[in-house]
Design a binder for this molecule. Sequence first.
Ligand SMILES: [Zn+2]
Length: 179
Amino acid sequence: MALRPVLQFPDPILKRVSAPIEKVTDELRELARDMLEVMYDEPGVGLAAPQLGEAVRLIVLDTDWRDEEAGGERHPLVLLNPEIVSREGTLVWDEACLSVPDFSADVERAERVCVRGLDLEGREYRESAEGLRAVCFQHEIDHLDGILFIDRISRLKRNLYVSRRKKALREELEAQGAR
Ligand SMILES: [Zn+2]
């Protein structure tokens, strides 16, 4: 079965504020499974539900997985209604996003965060994270509020990316029209 496509900037769904999850349903479990599959396939270290077109507060994360050749170790985390309850320090990380093709940029983030949410069984989950994992939590939770990492860089850099992206999309459309 084909994997679900990842929505890409400037898809308007990526700008929506996602709704809290009230109840764990079979559809939600299926969505979490799909998200993990897409994340490992791309490959990435995190994914938020709106990236697959579902505006609900669900993220998946695995910041230290290895592919088959390297032992195939995986530690997937599925988190519902995640929230950052505290942040400490600052760091600058070169970020990229499956929804922002062909681009990366330095983003200032908190160095350490405490995160709270629910797992798929409805149990409370808490974690203190730092470095890449802290960045990943902040990046994915931003998606649930309709924020992309390019919204956190200088206006100049963002504008340069946006015009490059628009040009690429125009060329794609023209190529399709010419077929
Ligand atoms: Zn992203």
